[in-house]
Write a protein that binds this ligand. Structure first.
Ligand SMILES: CCCCCCCCCC(=O)SCCNC(=O)CCNC(=O)[C@H](O)C(C)(C)COP(=O)(O)OP(=O)(O)OC[C@H]1O[C@@H](n2cnc3c(N)ncnc32)[C@H](O)[C@@H]1OP(=O)(O)O
Length: 349
């Protein structure tokens, strides 16, 4: 595999932060835009803000929720600076606010709530939304297919590409099709999509698929060099947070994946082909974490679209651990997505 393809899945490098002070951080590398898009990938902002805030909380605090707004499109040619503001340090909860700047302008903000790791002694009520049939299951090959082969057959094959090119300029440049395929084949996320993912003529109010993160992320809480810190000094603030040394990196990786193939799926709910938008940006992003997300296992997600109106589209996702069948996170996102008239898209496709 070429170095450039290997770099596509190097999440640690993509998100790496350099400390400028105990509460401010700069990105080491430029914040790339996703294929087919001009601005920085929203998942980079969400996950880097979470990573920056983790550098300011003790090892025994875990993210419980994150609420964020994309204020200005990120410039992929400029590095980002993150400032973490401490709003309150409680015994059980810590509140942080993170502000991201480019060219001295605020581009993104998130509020993150951390909760202390609890002892098991007090747990009065328990409920987990679960999918019992999911436990230990792999994606069924009759229903789901690896995304790059599906994309090559259903979107970028010569027969299909002319239809997509009719509804979107981004498919007129056939040379760039290999970038989409590379992103699916070598990117941070590996997908198993339903076979009608890219175009479904079926009336439905739910879409489901499987996703996992390719690079290894430890689930061992006291992994890496700082192992003794976790067991003996849980109140310490870590100096380095990597996929190999801190299980909380699973939250960071989850935040990254949670902004991908979420808003883009809106046409699925309207019996239209994916990618048929004229303009698409996410406005906000909210994550409730229910447990440590094991991002190297298949994550099963169900997406719904409760409302689309006046170019504002709300999408909600429920993410399940396929090993246990239990809910791991809930995500909501509102996007500003502009489509042409529905009958025009249908006439062209
Ligand atoms: C094919 C595969 C595509 C893959 C897509 C992957 C999607 C991944 C999801 C993401 O990561 S999105 C990235 C995270 N979200 C953002 O970066 C949004 C940041 N927020 C904003 O950009 C502004 O707050 C927002 C545009 C939502 C509102 O700003 P304004 O109230 O000033 O809106 P305005 O209508 O004036 O437009 C601002 C800019 O958007 C552009 N714009 C707005 N509506 C447009 C439209 N209909 N068509 C084309 N461009 C449009 C507009 O040209 C203008 O560009 P310039 O600043 O360069 O002049």
């Amino acid at each position: 595999m070429s170095a450039s393809k290997m770099a596509l899945s190097n999440l640690e490098k993509i998100l790496e932060l350099i400390p400028l002070s105990p509460t401010s951080f700069a990105t080491r590398y430029l914040p790339a835009a996703p294929v087919g898009s001009k601005g920085t990938f929203g998942g980079t902002l969400v996950s880097q803000s979470l990573l920056a805030s983790l550098y300011t909380v003790p090892l025994n605090f875990f993210p419980t929720s994150l609420h964020s707004y994309f204020i200005k499109g990120g410039d992929p040619r400029a590095k980002i600076t993150y400032h973490v503001q401490n709003l309150r340090n409680g015994r059980n909860f810590i509140h942080k606010q993170v502000s991201a700047y480019q060219h001295d302008k605020l581009i993104f903000t998130s509020m993150i709530l951390f909760a202390v790791k609890r002892s098991k002694e007090h747990d009065s009520l328990q409920h987990w939304e679960s999918i019992p049939g999911l436990q230990g299951k792999q994606p069924d090959s009759h229903q789901y297919e690896e995304a790059s082969s599906l994309f090559q057959r259903e979107v970028s094959s010569p027969q299909k590409l002319s239809q997509y090119a009719a509804v979107s300029d981004r498919f007129q440049d056939t040379a760039s099709m290999s970038k989409y395929v590379d992103a699916f084949q070598y990117g941070v996320m590996e997908y198993q999509f339903p076979k009608d993912m890219f175009y479904s003529a079926r009336h439905t109010d739910e879409l489901d698929y499987f996703v996992k993160v390719r690079p290894h992320v430890t689930t061992v809480e006291h992994a890496g060099d700082e192992s003794s810190l976790h067991t003996h000094h849980p109140h310490r603030i870590p100096k380095t947070i990597t996929p190999e040394n801190d299980a909380r990196y699973n939250y960071v990786a989850f935040a990254y994946l949670s902004d991908s193939y979420l808003l883009l799926t809106i046409p699925y709910f309207h019996k239209l082909p994916l990618y048929c938008h004229n303009f698409s940006v996410s406005l906000d992003h909210t994550i409730y974490f229910h447990q440590l997300p094991h991002v190297n296992n298949w994550i099963y997600l169900k997406i719904s679209n409760p409302r689309s109106h006046w170019d504002k589209h709300l999408v909600q996702g429920e993410y399940f651990d396929s090993q246990t069948g239990r809910i791991m996170a809930s995500v909501s996102q509102e996007g500003y997505v502009v489509y042409g008239a529905e009958q025009d898209i249908r006439a062209k496709f």
